[in-house]
Design a protein around this ligand. Structure first.
Ligand SMILES: C[S@@+](CC[C@H](N)C(=O)[O-])C[C@H]1O[C@@H](n2cnc3c(N)ncnc32)[C@H](O)[C@@H]1O
Length: 279
């Protein structure tokens, strides 16, 4: 324990909000690894893997606070309380988040709660899932001539209503990555088509990006939900829209599967693996 006693009272410790990347052991920054090794207490998200925790001291206290969509979870208020409580004991608290804490990571609430208690917060960026997944399948997120806007959006919201600028996302030359979109893929598909997106819009789903069990499926917007069902994708996954290897003069990596509905849109589906890149 590293807290300093001042006039009989324990001086507050501090909180480090650390982005731990997408899961691959060597996509953790050097700064993150150093701070994790120094921490007394680790408050850990569900998507942070054992390879990250391997950097922690043997005597560090690990508090899991995983939040699972639709499953059991620690409330955000409770997480805030844990951070403040541990830091007020004089502990150095590492708050470990998957990806980057500032991207759909609820970092703002935690920073505000910790600062309101008079405790210092240090913020360490991490590699966000969209960037890691794109790199893993060699799919550029912007292109000098044809993709000048790239959006990070969420497919899940607190109240269940997905409120996005569908017209902007559906427009040509707009690329996007949808976080937390697997469970709501049917709605996302419907909204985008209703806003004018072409059924043939290229879509790529990357599940467990950069981890040993990574899977990627290239399909079209029309076939998105069927592809998710056919491959049994449950997440965590990123859904990329309007990005294509062919547009970038690149070839699709062999590890990417291709899903296409049969041309007549009948119930018979064509499931092909590692087909040529024509998306
Ligand atoms: C609560 S958000 C946290 C995002 C995180 N802060 C980040 O920057 O990547 C959780 C979502 O991130 C995405 N995600 C996180 N890790 C992933 C991975 N390794 N592969 C694919 N998607 C991932 C999924 O969409 C998942 O549902």
């Amino acid at each position: 324990m590293t807290g300093i006693r001042v006039a009989g009272a324990m001086a507050p410790g501090r909180v480090q909000l650390i982005g731990c990347g997408p899961g691959s052991a060597d996509l953790l920054t050097l700064r993150a690894a150093r701070l994790i090794a120094e921490a007394d207490v680790l408050v850990v998200d569900r998507l942070v893997g054992d390879s990250v925790l391997a950097h922690a001291r043997a005597d560090a206290i690990v508090i899991p606070v995983g939040k699972e969509a639709g499953g059991p979870s620690t409330s955000q208020d409770d997480i805030n309380r844990i951070l403040v409580r541990e830091a007020l004991k004089g502990q150095v608290v590492a708050r470990l988040k998957g990806g980057d804490g500032f991207v759909f990571g609820r970092a703002a609430e935690e920073i505000a709660a910790v600062r309101a208690a008079g405790i210092e917060v240090e913020i360490v960026p991490g590699i966000t899932a969209a960037h890691a997944c794109a790199a893993s399948i060699a799919l550029p997120l912007t292109l000098r001539e044809s993709v000048r806007q790239f959006s990070l959006v969420t497919g899940a919201t607190a109240d269940g209503e997905i409120d996005l600028d569908w017209t902007a996302l559906a427009a040509p030359h707009q690329a996007f990555a949808i976080y937390m979109g697997v469970r709501t893929a049917r709605t996302l598909r419907q909204k985008l088509l209703a806003a004018g997106a072409l059924p043939s819009m290229p879509v790529v789903v990357v599940e467990n990006g950069t981890r040993d069990n990574e899977r990627a499926v290239a399909t079209t917007l029309a076939d998105l939900t069927d592809a998710i069902r056919a491959f049994g994708i449950g997440g965590p996954a990123i859904i990329f829209g309007n990005l294509a290897w062919s547009e970038a003069n690149l070839t699709m990596p062999d590890k990417v599967h291709v899903y296409r509905a049969s041309p007549d849109q009948s119930s018979e589906r064509t499931l092909s693996v590692s087909a040529p890149d024509t998306l």
